[in-house]
Design a protein around this ligand. Sequence first.
Ligand SMILES: Nc1ncnc2c1ncn2[C@@H]1O[C@H](COP(=O)(O)OP(=O)(O)OP(=O)(O)O)[C@@H](O)[C@H]1O
Length: 374
Amino acid sequence: MTVQKPFIQIENVSRVFDGNNGVHDLSIDIPRGSFVVLLGPSGCGKSTTLRLIAGLETADQGRILIDDQDVTAVPPSKRGLSMVFQSYALFPHLSVAENIVFGLKVRKCDKVEMAKRLANALDVTGLEGLENRKPSELSGGQRQRVALARAIVAGHPLCLMDEPLSNLDAKLRHSVRKDIRDLQQRLGITVVYVTHDQTEAMSMADIVILMKDGRIEQAGSPADLYLKPATSFAAGFVGSPPMGLLPATILAPKLLPIGARAENLIIGIRPEDLKLQTKAPRHADNIPAQVVSTEFLGPETFVYLAIDGTDGATARLPGRVHLSPGTQVSLSWAGAAAHWFDRERGHRLSAAMPDDATQTHSVFLHNDPAIPTL
Ligand SMILES: Nc1ncnc2c1ncn2[C@@H]1O[C@H](COP(=O)(O)OP(=O)(O)OP(=O)(O)O)[C@@H](O)[C@H]1O
């Protein structure tokens, strides 16, 4: 069996600005035909990474290969890619059709070929009938489709998108992100897409590259990131509401596998894994908490909780839940639902923790006053 070479190879690339900002020693392989999302908080280096792939930024060190060609020193126009930006970058005085074929005209494309490509781009983006309108006569979603159509007519195998949906309202964002994903699959192109919105990343990506402080925190499928976050940062960033992360110690170190640590840990519990009881008195199998607030969303309610006055956990409960702020509740979870991280360095602890050691009765949460400090 032949192993397919990655379509994009980023090898030890750094681009550092003043004050050590930028990206540091990035290495990523992007498979051909995949939808890859660069995700992370503001300033983590997503746009710089995209601009390095585009050639709008030059690497200080390392190299970038596209389709097995070293493009590190190749100008953007020769890299065989198109870009879609948040701002759409449409010419206001040109019609939809003129905007779409602008790049082809500059490249002196044959007229018959140009008409064919325009018709195809209008068809796949659902813009037929709007070709003579000016951008000012279009909705935000339609403008973004024109920007997409312009990227498509170029016929490049790679499309780079920088926060393309952030000017659209929530409902439109939802429908356009589905359109973009469908289009990418239909055309079989490779897309590298920047967003700080983890829901967008999780719903669109084949591979999510989560970045922090100019470095890759974790790269994997959306399921990998959700089910096995590599660090406490990844655990807290992916998932909404986020995973509750609490300083903890395991009280029964004898139950742990050899080499596994019992102290200086962080326990992470996803909101859907947190069980909540209102009447259970405090005992070894549960942990007392107070309701801070609730959020009713129709099919479910989020209950925000504090343990000994420190906010830190959220429970996601089905249906409508009536709990007023200050209500005393008790919490528990199944041992298998617990994620464990090193408290200082944040990395996931790889040793599989037996269920018995990680259930509520074996765990001391550092801000639970009911259990004395060891
Ligand atoms: N041309 C530049 N000159 C100086 N610093 C820069 C330059 N471009 C980016 N930076 C800095 O590098 C870091 C990464 O910026 P980048 O734009 O890649 O982040 P980002 O993750 O895309 O953020 P955002 O989501 O806010 O767009 C930031 O600290 C930013 O201020």
